[in-house]
Write a protein that binds this ligand. Structure first.
Ligand SMILES: Cc1cc2nc3c(=O)[nH]c(=O)nc-3n(C[C@H](O)[C@H](O)[C@H](O)COP(=O)(O)OP(=O)(O)OC[C@H]3O[C@@H](n4cnc5c(N)ncnc54)[C@H](O)[C@@H]3O)c2cc1C
Ligand code: FES
Length: 287
């Protein structure tokens, strides 16, 4: 009998594990049952949705998809080792099993942005979900105008996907794609110095016809909102992701909601991607 319980995790196998930084690893995973993989791909159409990674008897954690929906047969997660569950995941190897629920959340509405320039602003682990959006845009290059990605972290070795992004910048040189990588805590060759918003003036995008896509700690968002609006970017095309502690991931348990009973948002279901307009209406997203 088919199991239609939306909370039932499906068995998946780790195909590859890569060390991305000293604290983050990328896990390339596929479902053991091809039907589960097909169902996942049918539901993963917008980049930067998330899954719940479940380890029986240990716990469950929400993790963003860092691979785009255009990649088939597998999906990828970049996981920072911070505590109990993520430490156990970091000790897993190729061939080990994990249990997956999802994809959940809304993802970025990138198909609504056709014809626009794209400005990506990332800090730290924020580059994980943005990678899926950036790669999706490159896979559909003809749908978008110029693209600038500004990736920031504390030090060069903390920059997620540094080599991959440099290779992309070389491949797309002269084709309207620009990558700027910057670090805040050291002066080092091959990268810029300072926070990501300092490099917005170097972006090759037209503010009036751009979408701003950002992910990082919410404390950085207000100054970036102020900056991009002052520079003439359209407030209707500014998006950011927000995290909350989650349990069910599907809008049932109320663990992640913001707002009041007459106007409530579930970060797991209505987010984690929210527009600037929504953030103005629900300022507690920034807390
Ligand atoms: C929608 C969403 C997407 C996410 N995407 C990613 C991702 O792509 N990669 C990734 O590495 N992590 C991601 N996270 C964060 C990840 O879920 C937490 O790091 C994880 O739940 C920690 O579990 P743990 O058992 O290892 O840590 P715990 O033992 O539970 O906690 C260890 C430390 O981490 C802090 N912590 C725990 N959960 C969170 C959280 N949700 N946000 C901030 N701090 C937390 C705790 O306060 C504590 O200080 C995401 C979270 C959400 C809600
Ligand atoms: S995590 Fe349960 S409602 Fe959002």
């Amino acid at each position: 009998m088919p199991n239609n319980n939306p909370l039932q995790p499906k068995k998946a196998v780790i195909k590859k594990v890569f060390k991305v930084t000293p604290t983050e690893k990328m896990f390339v995973i596929s479902f053991v049952d091809p039907k589960d993989q097909e169902e996942f791909e049918r539901n993963y159409t917008r980049p930067a949705r998330f899954v719940q990674v479940n380890l029986p008897g240990i716990g469950e954690v929400p993790i963003s998809l860092c691979s785009p929906p255009t990649q088939k047969g597998f999906f990828a997660l970049t996981i920072r080792r911070v505590g109990r569950v993520t430490t156990v995941i970091h000790n897993l190897n190729e061939g080990d099993y994990v249990w997956i629920r999802g994809p959940y959340g809304n993802g970025f509405p990138i198909d609504e942005w056709k014809g626009r320039d794209l400005l990506f602003l990332s800090a730290g682990l924020g580059m994980a979900p943005l990678r899926s959006v950036f790669l999706y845009a490159l896979d559909n290059r003809w749908d978008y105008g110029n693209i600038t990605l500004i990736n920031s972290a504390r030090t060069k070795r903390d920059l997620l996907y540094y080599e991959e992004l440099e290779a992309i910048a070389r491949t797309y040189k002269g084709d309207g794609v620009k990558v700027i990588q910057t670090v805040t805590r050291e002066e080092v060759e091959g990268v810029c110095k300072g926070r990501c918003h300092l490099y917005i003036p170097q972006a090759n995008v037209d503010p009036k016809n751009s979408v701003v896509i950002m992910c990082g700690p919410p404390r950085m968002y207000q100054s970036i909102f102020d900056e991009v609006i002052a520079r003439g970017f359209d407030p209707d095309y500014i998006y950011a992701t927000f995290e909350r502690r989650m349990r069910c991931g599907i809008g049932k348990c109320g663990h992640c909601n913001v707002g009041s009973s007459d106007s409530m948002l579930y970060v797991c279901k209505d987010g984690p991607v929210f527009s600037y307009r929504q953030v103005q209406r629900y300022p507690e997203l920034m807390e």
